[in-house]
Ligand binder design. Structure first.
Ligand code: NAD
Length: 354
């Protein structure tokens, strides 16, 4: 048997493929379009591993997906592929509509046709696991309880709106056609191979490069943070034992204000790689214009996943964030590779000092 992972050259997808093959012998077909966010260098540790089969292509290419499903006798599809950066979705929502909605629809159509052709046992055993985000739930007041799976969808950015649409399509393919689906809604991930347009790797990169550390607005936006391999273990548990058509929230019970995340990163960097002039990296913090429609707080209640499937994160925020800084310090070549080129100009354009 084989699993098909889409978006497996991105941040979470590549961590998942590596994590999967460390825990299973079951091969992975990895379908990724290699947009700016896809990077085969995330997967160099798998070079020569015959269990990993990489294919460059689009989830929206139904004929390609159909061929891969049939050729590899796929028993589960895990859909990580997406346009994932909120700021880019504000600047240009079109690509988000195309991949996150139309792409997921085409993928579901190809999977449905393949699944319909399976024998009864294989049909019952098949799974389509859709990887989604807590951002579909919108924003929370400071005293409101964390998002449960019952929270209504109130997406506020083009990114979260397209993810919400894809979640609804996945749900509909179960209720309408019987496709055996599962959905996970996870909070903010961090860890190795995170593209440096996102807060944590951006701050580490800019700190070491002597650049400003951009803080949106007042920096008091609260996010729940989960170390990426804990997200991977949650997905493995849900794939294995999740109840059909259920959604599972995944989170680390680590609510942090963005400004405190930046301060923590500066303190760890001050300790591990002090600035030559002895000043703290925190002196590089710079307040920049807030993102339009910026959600104030996300908080995830992962109680259902913990109660039903016995999942627990292995990392606390303190252990995970330290590991992450150590990884970036030890992997300068990876960072150098992804931070040269046109997309860095795009990143620089995003952060206009006030
Ligand atoms: P990412 O942007 O790092 O990676 C996305 C990958 O998908 C890239 O490798 C890209 O090349 C690929 N891709 C994009 N469009 C494609 C297409 N049309 N066909 C095939 N491949 C395509 O994203 P990520 O942070 O790894 O997120 C992965 C998934 O997890 C996304 O669905 C995202 O919504 C979800 N998610 C992310 C977070 C987070 O904190 N990063 C949290 C919760 C959920």
């Amino acid at each position: 048997m084989t699993i098909l992972v889409t978006g497996g050259a991105g941040f979470i997808g590549s961590n998942f493929v590596i994590d999967w093959l460390a825990h299973n012998d079951e091969p992975v077909v990895n379908l990724d379009k290699l947009t700016y966010a896809g990077n085969l260098q995330n997967l160099t540790s798998l070079e020569g591993d015959s269990r990993h089969h990489f294919v460059r292509g689009d989830i929206g290419d139904g004929a390609l997906v159909a061929r891969l499903l049939a050729e590899h006798k796929v028993r589960a599809v895990l859909n990580f592929a997406a346009e994932s950066h909120v700021d880019r979705s504000i600047e240009g929502p079109g690509a988000f509509i195309q991949t996150n909605i139309v792409g997921t629809f085409n993928l579901l159509e190809a999977v449905r046709a393949y699944w319909n052709g399976l024998d009864e046992q294989a049909k019952a055993d098949f799974r389509f696991l859709h990887v989604s985000t807590d951002e579909v739930y919108g924003t929370l007041g400071s005293d409101a309880p964390a998002f449960t799976e019952q929270h209504r969808y109130e997406p506020n950015s083009p990114y979260s709106a397209t993810k919400a649409a894809s979640d609804h399509l996945v749900r509909a393919y179960h209720h309408t056609y019987g496709l055996p689906v599962l959905t996970t809604n996870c909070s903010n991930n961090y860890g190795p191979y995170h593209f440096p347009e996102k807060l944590i790797p951006l701050v580490i990169h800019n700190a070491l490069a002597g650049k400003p550390l951009p803080i949106y607005g007042d920096g008091q936006q609260i996010r729940d943070w989960l170390y990426v391999t804990d997200h991977c273990s949650a997905i493995r548990r849900v794939l294995e034992d999740g109840r059909l058509a259920e959604t599972y929230n995944v989170g680390g019970w680590n609510e942090k204000a963005n400004i405190d995340v930046v301060r923590t990163l500066c303190a760890i960097l001050d300790e591990l790689q002090p600035r030559a002039d002895g000043a703290s990296y925190a002196t590089q913090m710079t307040f920049v214009k807030d993102r339009p429609g910026h959600d104030r707080r996300y908080a995830i209640d992962a109680g259902k996943l913990e109660r039903e499937l016995g999942w627990r994160p292995a990392e606390t925020f303190d252990t995970g964030i330290r590991k992450t800084v150590e990884w970036y310090l030890a992997n300068g070549a990876w960072v150098e590779n992804v931070t040269s080129g046109a997309y860095m100009e795009w990143v620089d354009r995003q952060y206009t000092a006030e």
